[in-house]
Design a protein around this ligand. Sequence first.
Ligand SMILES: Cc1cc2nc3c(=O)[nH]c(=O)nc-3n(C[C@H](O)[C@H](O)[C@H](O)COP(=O)(O)OP(=O)(O)OC[C@H]3O[C@@H](n4cnc5c(N)ncnc54)[C@H](O)[C@@H]3O)c2cc1C
Length: 487
Amino acid sequence: MTNIGRPTEGQNQWYPFMDRPAPSLVDGVLQNPPVVPVNDADPLPASARYVVVGAGIHGLSTAYHLAMELERTGKGSGSDVVLIDKAGPGAGATGLACGCVRNLYMTGPLHAILRASVEVWESDPINFGFQQVGYVSIGEANQAEDYVRLNESQVASGYPSDLYTGDDAHRFLKGLWPDFKTDNCDVVLHEHRSGYAGTHMVMWGLDQKARQWGVQRCYGVAVTGYDLDASGSVAAVETTAGRIQCDEVVVGAGAWTPKHWEWLGGPSTLDVHYPDGHVEHGMDMWTYWRLLEGEVFLPPGVDYRTADGKDAPVLHVELMDTPVYGRDGEMIQDHVYTYTRYAAERVGAPGLQGGTIPIKMGPEASADPYGHLNDDYQADDWFPEYYCRTLGMLFERFEDLEPYYKQRRNGGIGAFTPDNVPIFDHVTDNAFVIADSNHGFKMIGVGKLTASMLVHGEKPEELRPFTFGRYADGTTFGDRNSNCPWV
Ligand SMILES: Cc1cc2nc3c(=O)[nH]c(=O)nc-3n(C[C@H](O)[C@H](O)[C@H](O)COP(=O)(O)OP(=O)(O)OC[C@H]3O[C@@H](n4cnc5c(N)ncnc54)[C@H](O)[C@@H]3O)c2cc1C
């Protein structure tokens, strides 16, 4: 066993099972292990109709749905699908995400992606660890119009949500949580179908489903490049276990997407055209952001339940004009941006997990080691106080949370697109990239939509707005009234 010297005693976040081996080293760099035990991986075959790269939420969902749809339509079976991951399920962002599933997007076309995704979450909430507790988002008056649009678009896309403003908003919040402090909470959106999911549970559930449907799961095999033929199509995927010829490739590589994009011949910079006619020249194709998240135990006698004793909705609050002050009276940030969900399965005891706005880095970052294993990308020192103070500003019951903050690693990076909105598109005629711009744990339905496209040959309507071509044709997204890149 490799002695990695971390994490510190008692902080076992990457060893959820007692008999798991320590992470392995490749060229002296720690590799994130899968978050579920894998004992029955398949050897890499020499060829396959479909190769799916990455066993995160997108790769696993694609492989599972593709296997089912091939079988259902009589057009093939699970064995036509080869899923490759250099480690295994959940070794990337999916294994350590906060697990929030919401539809709070100011980019309207995402509402249909989320509706399709929640249908998948609802299809097997037990094996996906989905808790449909709802999602409550709060804004200040400056976001009121955005919330009205959001609510209308959600309802129109089959995703029921309720909107409250002014006194109604305060009454709604007090009704849920009598100790809620409603100052500056001017507008509230309540999404009924949203919630959160346990990240390890969904990896386990999807991996077992892929296995049951006969997907060839090749774990511990790293893709090292793509063999492109003269026309630019992928003829084969090159890996540490040899070449595999294939007809179609789907890439769900999370923070490693920029590398795969480059291998597939995608550009590293581009001119980005916006609907108002202005053009940003030479933008980076990928920008890394570093996420700030953390966990806190619930103090004795304190719960995160509603007035009627139910599991509370996930809470998301952005007060763009309300500063957050530390215990010494110094301002920590000039705005509130905080999200929180009940997270006993993650904290290991009754507790909360949440975070704030990520920090922009730039076009370069080291994806290995990833997440908790990477010393450079953990939450900043100011984060625990900020996070606890925001909750204390909102709830009387959370006014003294800081002593209960769980000191452990929670970091992770993500590769964002030029407009911070996903790209679901072909980069070559037979290589489809699911690049969710690092807010796609919730988007479990993208794999189902992708599978449908592969089997039936037609891109489902929900996926169509998320082209790479939007940057050239002037339909770039990005019109959002938020401090955060993923609202
Ligand atoms: C700290 C944090 C919190 C988050 N919280 C949320 C949240 O609450 N809600 C939400 O919706 N989203 C959240 N996200 C975003 C979300 O986790 C990601 O967008 C999503 O999980 C990405 O899924 P994926 O399948 O694309 O990639 P990943 O889960 O990163 O999986 C990619 C896989 O590809 C494999 N791989 C990469 N390169 C190769 C290669 N060369 N060969 C073989 N395999 C390879 C990796 O081993 C990895 O397993 C969060 C992200 C972070 C970092």
